[in-house]
Design a protein around this ligand. Structure first.
Ligand code: AMP
Ligand code: ZN
Length: 484
């Protein structure tokens, strides 16, 4: 197998992955390990599909590591407390604000949106990571704060603050720590440096929060950055292998995590060997923003008749470090590509004998190229093309299916389980059942056979009015599509 090369945001270079825990070569009981931490969602609202791009990326990374033979431990934390409405250490707590607007408790809000997030993970075929909740680690966060308070922190009326000048090279991950960037996080009076950030936020005098704890710095809640340092060390040990997140976290959140790690571990190291960041999914009309009414979440895509794995495929078509622009046309194209693959795999399965898994695989060169692609900083776009090229009966149905199984274990499109039927999803707005569509189409076919084009057109217009677009001569043999 090729060496796995990953782009490390810390050095801005491709680096060969060297595990912190290499295991014992030749001893199957002690395999090499890969320990990965991904910044998880703040569960005060639904996730948008941009957020889900971050987890498709982290899952693909995890799948590549498993495929390379590493025993994977993957953590995605759940931020169920302490995230403010702005990047500054001021403003309302998002969780409490949502709780007030829905007339529920902050705890209920967190539980509801965590469950919704987990459902989205499953729908995108993201392998179940460990997802511990921040509220379960508050004691550990207080203990961490106590250990670094004397040398690295100072107290203000509003809480305990980290002095970024006490650690070497603060902000080296962000590179350009401009005044503009830092200016965004000032806001609190009395900070020594603009970039200083809260380790503990005291509940303002006279107020009570639903989520608050006692601490040496008064009753309040932990600062958001602290949870990732504490939870990554508790669950993965420090240093661990890879820390992931969206590109926005490269500027403030991760530099702050690194500063906390340096302070706590009394070391210049960042805490993780490799820091990886996915670029953003962008959408021009602003529908990605959670504050817009109908924002882009996975359920909306499903409501419009798309299979969620079409979105996973759309993500894989782009390199994770490239910006990806969302459009319904782009999603539709990915959906058609997925349909083609699923239908071609179904044909192969019909040809192969049922225990094709037991037939030894003959064709290795294509797998080698696949390995080269995913080892090259997760080049999923090339890997996808190789997977598609393998759905080819001319190389023998057994070999083809085995290659598809190996490749799809990495890409996670679930091609061997999905059926053509699974991909037909009725949009929420469609006012017609599948059986009615089939009946109408049969009548239309008959009308066309009789050259009764008036009837055929009437049936077609009627279907369009009900949200179904009829696609004459569709090369996929997909004679209807649900309109979006
Ligand atoms: P948040 O809940 O805002 O902390 O975001 C959860 C994850 O999604 C983080 O890793 C973010 O960096 C990432 N993220 C947020 N918006 C986008 C986007 N539009 N595209 C890709 N990743 C995003
Ligand atoms: Zn984090």
């Amino acid at each position: 197998m090729s060496d796995l090369k990953l782009f490390n945001s810390l050095t801005r270079q491709l680096e060969t992955f060297q595990p912190v825990h290499p295991g014992v070569p030749g001893d199957a009981a002690k395999p090499p390990e890969a320990r990965v931490y991904s910044c998880g969602p703040t569960v005060y609202n639904y996730q948008h599909i941009g957020n889900m791009r971050a987890y498709v990326f982290a899952d693909t990374l995890g799948r590549v590591l498993s495929y390379k033979g590493y025993k994977l431990t993957h953590v995605i934390n759940i931020t169920d407390v302490g995230h403010l409405t702005s990047d500054a250490d001021a403003g309302e707590d998002k969780m409490e604000k949502m709780a007030a607007s829905q007339g529920k408790s902050a705890w209920d809000i967190a539980a509801f949106y965590q469950a919704d997030f987990e459902a989205d993970l499953a729908r995108l075929n993201i392998r179940k990571p460990a997802h511990p909740k921040a509220t379960e680690y508050v004691d550990a966060m207080i203990a961490w704060g106590k250990e670094i308070a004397e040398k690295h922190c100072y107290e203000l009326d509003s809480g305990l603050y980290f002095d970024v000048s006490t650690v070497p090279e603060y902000g080296r991950l962000a590179r350009a720590v401009t005044d503009d960037g830092e200016g965004r996080i000032e806001e609190v009076d009395g900070k020594r440096n603009k970039a200083d950030f809260a380790i503990w936020r005291k509940t303002p005098a006279g107020e009570t929060r639903q989520m608050e704890w006692d601490s040496p710095w008064g009753r309040g809640a932990p600062g958001w950055h602290l949870e990732c340092s504490v939870m990554s060390k508790a669950l993965l040990g420090m240093p661990f292998d890879i820390h992931t997140g969206g590109i926005d976290h490269r500027e403030i959140h991760h530099p702050n995590e690194i500063a906390q790690n340096q302070a706590h571990e009394c070391s210049g190291d960042s805490g993780a060997r490799i820091w990886m960041h996915n670029n953003f999914l962008v959408e021009r009309s602003g529908k990605m923003s959670k504050s817009s009414g109908e924002f882009l979440r996975l359920q909306l895509l499903i409501d419009k008749g798309f299979h969620p794995l079409a979105y996973r495929l759309m993500c894989l078509q782009a390199h994770y470090r490239s910006e990806l622009e969302f459009s319904w046309e782009g999603l539709q194209a990915a959906f058609v590509r997925l349909k083609r693959m699923v239908m071609a795999v179904e044909k192969l399965e019909a040809k192969a004998n049922p225990d094709w898994m037991s037939v030894p695989i003959a064709i290795q060169s294509r797998l080698k190229r696949f390995d080269d692609a995913v080892s090259d900083d997760l080049n999923t776009a090339v890997a996808l093309t190789l997977l598609e090229g393998s759905i080819d009966a001319s190389i023998g149905a057994h070999d083809a299916l085995q290659m598809i199984a190996k490749m799809d274990a990495v890409l996670g499109l679930n091609l061997l389980a999905l059926t053509r039927q699974d991909l037909r999803i009725r949009p929420k707005a469609a006012i017609i059942t599948e059986a009615e569509i089939e009946t109408a189409l049969a009548q239309r076919k008959e009308a066309r056979a009789n050259k009764d084009f008036a009837t055929s057109d009437r049936i077609r217009d009627d279907l369009i009015a009900k949200g179904v677009e009829v696609m004459d001569g569709d090369p996929l043999g997909w004679d209807w599509k649900l309109d979006v």
